[in-house]
Ligand binder design. Structure first.
Ligand code: HEM
Length: 150
């Protein structure tokens, strides 16, 4: 039962993260208007909460899941998945800082809209994040079937 619950929450969080990055990609585009800044920043908070929860749930699956921790700890595909997720986390620092800055600027001037060049740069980072994220289910499916276990 614990294994099932962890698996369900793990999947929901993974889908939630993909949805939040996609929503930011829809919002963060050249010509974005002030309300889009607020919304993108809200998705960023959700993204942070879901990502932290996924790490906790993911490692709970390692230690309390049905297969036992040795199945994952000795699997390089598992560690590849963890490192890829960590890279996404590091990449997300840049958009998060931009959203905080934009919100602050908007608090001072309600008509503030970010510059086109910065929008393009943040969009590129979000694109990179979602493409790396797409690799994670591949690694997950492989590791769950013992590929990479040494
Ligand atoms: C630090 C972060 C993560 C850890 C520690 C972790 C850990 C795990 C573990 C232990 C399993 C169980 C595999 C099995 O059934 O033997 C699993 C499955 C899975 N994970 Fe993660 N995970 C993490 C992040 C992610 C992310 C970001 C995604 C996004 C797509 C993801 C997608 C999946 C999927 C789709 C499965 C099911 C694989 C299958 O049964 O075929 N995981 N994960």
């Amino acid at each position: 039962m614990v294994d099932l619950l962890l698996a369900v929450v793990h999947h929901l969080l993974a889908f939630g993260i993909a949805a939040a990055i996609t929503a930011q990609l829809v919002l963060v585009r050249p010509g974005m208007q002030p309300p889009a800044v607020q919304l993108a920043a809200k998705y960023d908070i959700a993204l942070g909460i879901m990502s932290a929860s996924l790490v906790v749930i993911g490692f709970s699956r390692v230690f309390f899941g049905a297969k036992g921790s040795a199945f994952y700890i000795h699997n390089h595909v598992f560690w590849t998945k963890v490192v890829l997720f960590a890279i996404i986390g590091l990449l997300s620092i840049k958009p998060t800082r931009a959203f905080l800055r934009w919100r602050k600027a908007q608090a001072a001037d309600a008509a503030f809209a970010p510059g086109e060049e910065e929008i393009r740069s943040i969009r590129k980072t979000l694109m990179t994040e979602i493409h790396i994220f797409a690799l994670l289910p591949i690694a997950a499916a492989a590791m769950a079937r013992g590929y990479g276990y040494a």
